[in-house]
Design a protein around this ligand. Structure first.
Ligand code: PNS
Length: 168
């Protein structure tokens, strides 16, 4: 049984993430999408861990071999606990590579795990959750970049934030 993990923050999940998850699901028997739940970073997130997990579960429902989980602490501990030997990451551009290579080498120095890089599809090479949030905050159209139900939650959350801090 070939099992892989697609880790990330997914705040929120984008069509770029789903492109990588979908292509990983075609290569492995089982895929776990693992959402980093770093409590120290919780206040910096737009969506809570529970909300991010729920959105990913909905977005990944069409893939029969994909499950979603949250993890705290090291990704390598999550891999060991779940019998996972492959970490799959999307690479958007050369600029992603330095840090991803460093993490891949650190992770494989800690436990028996390989990192596999999948090149992001060109139409998503500029896509990042942080940019989606920024563009949406200022009223830009991100409807082609996230699933429809994520767009609805994003719009709702940004409106809540605006009414909680008018003028901010
Ligand atoms: O979507 P992101 O923010 O690029 O995801 C980063 C994530 C969650 C995959 C990465 O920060 C991570 O693996 N965090 C878990 C903590 C860990 O294992 N740190 C050591 C990395 S070498």
């Amino acid at each position: 049984m070939r099992k892989a993990v697609c880790p990330g923050s997914f705040d929120p999940v984008t069509n770029g993430h789903l492109d990588i998850i979908s292509r990983t699901s075609a290569l492995f028997d089982e895929v776990v999408v693992a959402i980093g739940v770093n409590k120290a970073k919780a206040s910096a997130r737009l969506f809570s861990a529970e909300e991010r997990i729920a959105m990913l579960e909905q977005a990944c429902a069409p893939f029969g071999n994909v499950t979603v989980a949250g993890f705290e602490g090291l990704l390598t501990s999550f891999c060991e606990e779940n019998g996972i030997k492959a970490i799959v990451k999307g690479l958007r551009a050369v600029s992603d590579f330095d840090y991803e290579l460093q993490m891949a080498q650190m992770n494989s120095s800690l436990v028996d795990v390989e990192t596999i890089f999948i090149p992001t599809s060109p139409e998503y090479s500029f896509l990042a959750s942080s940019l989606v949030k920024e563009v949406a905050t200022f009223g830009g159209d991100v409807s082609r970049l996230v699933p429809e139900f994520v767009l609805a939650r994003l719009t709702e959350r940004l409106a809540e934030k605006r009414s909680a801090a008018p003028g901010a």
